[in-house]
Design a protein around this ligand. Structure first.
Ligand SMILES: [Zn+2]
Ligand SMILES: [Zn+2]
Length: 499
């Protein structure tokens, strides 16, 4: 659908501003939509999308499918807070990928119905109308009073629950990340940073690919070049940017090279540069970034010929893939959690004993240490849950009579996992340190072993990944007790579960 007001980004706004035929009677104004995402009524929103699809000539079956899918997304929007489940009944969640398109199309239909339409008595004053999602820029030909009357008209009409705060800028306006000034009947643009903006540039010490970090200063200087139409304001803001980059650990050489390169660029060309089309023949090989990604990259490139020679795979792909990385969890992802709980314990919780207990039914009870306190390679700990031979999702320890130990985890009942260890020792197979130790130091006698649970991973209230949590717990205990060290019997641990 063609939305005349649509702005893709700051760039498209700057290009649109260049095209405005400025007149002395015009004023710079902006309005925005208050909490757009949470206010869009479900049915009106879905109707708007269907209308647009209909106009675009889509088939009724397709439109019905989209309607159903959208309603499903909108009405199954639940979240957990403070141990209670909530269902969002109006608006769309910010997190769903469809939210932005949904809001954008909804507003496009809204403005064609209520703003850019003769039903709006003030439409004659709208000289230019541009919108970036929920931020609207206008060149207004009416008076200041008429502008506020127009906003009142929008706000009081009970139009689909929407509210519109506004800003009458006249000859000066801040919009997106630029500021506009009318000087001698011409619009001048320069960069704008909100007074509350923080220095959120990627830190140079961050674990990102080198080329990503090196691209940050250049990208930022180019952006300044683009949003400042005079050299004077560019250089002024570049100085400030240099300081911010230094504070984020960027070496002076990288800053200087990037600045010099950006200074030479021509602003007009930057604004009107055609976007590079992606090479669609090549598919993308995506994986988690890790500091030794170069070796993975090289291995893929070097061994790609194997796939190229394969008669079956050759039909699917021949070209070497592009390499890209998934976004890794940030500190924020790891630290911020809305699933906190202040659940009080009751007398029922107190009744459940803590520690290791035998189940009295399995053949391995005699190996199970009935204890609450454990000393694992000098690290002492108290078991805080009830664990029996039949408990699942446990991190456990196997002790040898000589006090050496092995840390493991299982999602099955503990005794089943121990039975496997027992079996591999009696059969004498395997080269793990644990098996080798019993073979070499205790003549392969499995009776020199005992086991105990250290902790259990409980089911997550939101159905989160319990297995992954178990892996993390296990890795943590391996690290804490130095189970890969001289006293422990673990083989090399894979720390990838932490990232
Ligand atoms: Zn048992
Ligand atoms: Zn031993």
């Amino acid at each position: 659908m063609d939305i005349p007001s649509y702005l893709k980004d700051t760039n498209s706004f700057l290009r649109a501003v260049e095209d405005i035929n400025w007149r002395g009677d015009l004023k710079l104004v902006s309005i925005d939509v208050e909490s757009l995402y949470t206010r869009i009524p479900h049915h009106e929103g879905v109707n708007a999308i269907c209308l647009v699809l209909h106009r675009a000539g889509k088939s009724p079956a397709f439109i019905d499918f989209v309607r159903e899918a959208l309603l499903f997304i909108l009405t199954h929007n639940s979240f957990l807070f403070n141990n209670q489940w909530f269902n969002q009944v109006t608006g769309t969640a910010m997190g769903t990928p469809v939210a932005c398109t949904f809001a954008n199309i909804f507003l496009a239909v809204f403005e064609s119905k209520f703003i850019l339409n003769l039903g709006n008595p003030y439409v004659k004053y709208i000289h230019t109308y541009l919108r970036y999602i929920d931020d609207v820029f206008m060149a207004w030909s009416g008076s200041e009073q008429e502008f506020f009357d127009f906003v009142d008209f929008l706000n009081t009409g009970e139009r689909m629950n929407m509210r519109f705060p506004c800003n009458f800028g006249d000859k000066h306006l801040e919009f997106l990340d630029v500021q506009l000034d009318v000087v001698a009947d011409q619009i001048k643009v320069s960069g704008y940073r909100k007074p509350t903006a923080t220095n959120a540039l990627l830190h140079y010490n961050s674990a990102h690919p080198d080329h990503v970090k090196k691209a940050v200063p250049y990208g930022q200087f180019v952006r300044l070049r683009r949003i400042n139409d005079s050299d004077e304001s560019f250089h002024k803001q570049a100085l400030e940017l240099k300081d911010r980059l230094r504070l984020r650990g960027y070496p002076d050489t990288i800053i200087k090279t990037a600045y010099d390169k950006a200074t030479k660029l021509d602003r007009h060309q930057l604004l009107h540069r055609r976007e590079v089309k992606r090479n669609s023949d090549r598919f993308t090989f995506t994986f988690d970034f890790c500091p030794n990604e170069r070796n993975i990259r090289k291995a893929i490139q070097r061994n790609w010929v194997i796939l190229e020679r394969d008669p079956e795979l050759r039909k699917v792909t021949v070209n070497r893939p592009m390499i890209s990385f998934k976004r890794n969890p940030t500190m924020r992802d790891l630290l911020v959690n809305s699933k906190f709980s202040d659940k009080k314990t009751t007398w029922l919780d107190r009744e459940i004993p803590k520690g290791n207990f035998t189940c009295h039914h399995c053949n391995f009870c005699r190996f199970h240490l009935r204890t609450r306190s454990l000393n694992i390679g000098g690290v002492t700990t108290m078991v805080e849950q009830f664990i029996s031979c039949k408990t699942d999702y446990v991190v456990y320890v196997i002790f040898c009579t000589c006090r050496r130990f092995y840390i493991g985890k299982t999602i099955r009942p503990l005794y089943i996992r121990f039975r496997e260890h027992h079996h591999s020792i009696t059969s004498g197979k395997g080269s793990q340190r644990l098996i080798k130790h019993i073979r070499d130091a205790h003549a392969g006698d499995p009776n020199s072993l005992t086991f105990a649970g250290i902790e259990r991973v409980m089911p997550k209230i939101d159905g989160g990944d319990r297995h992954r949590e178990l892996l993390r717990r296990e890795a943590r205990w391996i690290l804490k007790t130095e189970a890969e060290g001289p006293i422990g019997l673990n083989d090399k641990n894979d720390m990838a579960v932490f990232i």
